[in-house]
Design a protein around this ligand. Structure first.
Ligand code: MG
Length: 198
């Protein structure tokens, strides 16, 4: 892998590849970063009765009446496929592609989901028009090489940056990871793209 240089440009931290091409491999999580999976959960089963703004810990079973049974909903045949994009995600990721960066969607598929892989890769195809070379299904994101990881799970951020100390890991703000600013995802995505592309 190319060695990386780190520096402050325009007052913001930036990762640059030493190959001189300036092309970054950007790993992007799907659920909670690109796909509004929790919004879908509320939409189809809870009629917004719980509200994602009230799900303030990673263990979402604490906030739903089914307790751990809530995870069964992630095995439904349309839980992922009919989820909406996170605000600002699609247009922002298209800007990353247009700037010549490599974007790889890296997502965990639930073990009991019979068609989760299909739902997710088709979701990417539906919104971006391609998928095969830009999609990795794994729970072990730390095994995937890249310059930047954007994810909403603190554990993924920690494991990945430990395995890739020269990279940059960005925790995407959501109520369940305790980050302020989740209310305006469009702004978050705009800021991310501005910082990466400059
Ligand atoms: Mg996620």
């Amino acid at each position: 892998m190319a060695e990386r240089i780190f520096g402050k440009i325009g007052g913001q931290f930036r990762v640059e590849r030493k190959d001189g091409m300036g092309k970054l491999r950007i790993l992007i999580d799907m659920d909670g970063v690109v796909v509004d999976t929790m919004g879908r959960l509320d939409q189809i089963h809870y009629d917004s009765a719980v509200g994602i703004e009230n799900v303030t810990e990673w263990d979402i079973s604490k906030f739903y009446p089914e307790k751990r049974g809530v995870f069964n909903f992630f095995n439904l045949p349309d839980i992922f496929s009919k989820a909406d994009p996170i605000d600002g995600a699609v247009v922002s990721i298209n800007k990353l592609f247009a700037a010549g960066h490599e974007v790889i969607f890296v997502t965990a598929v639930p073990i009991d989901s019979l068609n989760g892989y299909h739902q997710k890769i088709h979701w990417i195809y539906h919104y971006f028009g391609f998928a095969n070379d830009n999609f990795v299904a794994t729970h072990r994101k730390d095994l995937i090489d890249g310059d930047i990881l954007i994810d909403d799970k603190p554990e993924n951020i920690g494991m990945w940056i430990e395995a890739h100390p020269g990279g940059r890991a960005i925790l995407f703000p959501q109520p369940w990871n305790g980050k302020a600013g989740w209310e305006n995802h469009t702004k978050v995505w705009e800021d991310l793209v501005r910082e990466i592309i400059q």
